[in-house]
Design a binder for this molecule. Sequence first.
Ligand code: SAM
Length: 283
Amino acid sequence: MSEWPSYRHPVLTHKSLKLLQDKLASKDSGITELSITLDLKQTEDLITLDHDKQVFIIGDYEIKIPGSFDPSNPGCYFIHEGDIYPISVFSEDTNMYYKLVPTKHGRPILRISATQMHKKPFLDFIERRRPRGLILDAGTGLGYSAILVSEYANQVTTVEWDYNVIEVAAHNPHSWKLFESENITLLNEDITELIKTFDDNSFDNIIHDGGMPKSSGQFFSQAHANELYRVLKPRGHVYFYLPKKGLKTGRDFGLEQIKRMIKSGFKTQIRDVEGSYAYFVKK
Ligand SMILES: C[S@@+](CC[C@H](N)C(=O)[O-])C[C@H]1O[C@@H](n2cnc3c(N)ncnc32)[C@H](O)[C@@H]1O
């Protein structure tokens, strides 16, 4: 089990806060109740509205919606000791802005500056294949791939180098299992360095999703591809997220990475250009 926090705060979206704002602005008086989700559509809770005081109540706390709240700006908010905070952070270290963005089906996505980390086809492919055994999940993000495979794998080691991402995930109700599952170990490291410390043939399968090349260090290098080959067991698979970078301008970045993987000794079994991924086996 990881030693990371899972905050388990109530979480609202801009839409649910707007709903509460509208209800409080209605002509009702006294106390009413409203059924609402506080964990991004996983469960429903009954919360109390006090129209006279213009607050909603969760547990012991009376919560006022701040005048600065902008319902036209999509975002998620957590509630801590009666105050409402956006789940977003700007880091001076990385010069990037991290934000949890709600979606209509409930599970939010992570936006790092302009890049939206949205991976449904890739996750669907992993789910269909159900990788088992010991898994390396390189690039944790919100932990969706790690959580998915933890359902049928023995042990998942997931590696995220950016602490800001871990902080955002810790506030996301759909990431809670990342911090609480017995068979997930979360490490705050650069995988391209950490991998050098792993023994040969350590993993049955590898999930490899670093997002965009410009912000993932040596993730897409030949040296790292060689390390992936070394630490994977024979006949093990790599699920590799390959961004569509360059496709429109005639440079197929994904194909360049496939060539690096082949040079390391891998065989390509599937490339799905539309779904942005490839599937490799160690011969
Ligand atoms: C698209 S997200 C991963 C999404 C994740 N697979 C999921 O299902 O939620 C990519 C993550 O990889 C991380 N990353 C990029 N380069 C890395 C590196 N060299 N070492 C560790 N993590 C890295 C990024 O910070 C980012 O959070």
